[in-house]
Design a protein around this ligand. Sequence first.
Ligand SMILES: [Zn+2]
Length: 66
Amino acid sequence: MTPTDPAPIPGWLREILRCPACGSTLRDEAGPEHPELVCTATDCARAYRVEDGIPVLLVDEARRPA
Ligand SMILES: [Zn+2]
């Protein structure tokens, strides 16, 4: 693990994470302020921030793309 890792989440956990809004898989992004997990569904595309290595997978907290 290096400081440049966008989302230092354990692989086993990362594998089972899904978007809580639509159930799609998530990809790692750097994000404007925090690392983020971004939904891979283009019609959803919510971005969930990762705080201190813990993904905040809450629909109400998700960032929607402009
Ligand atoms: Zn989604």
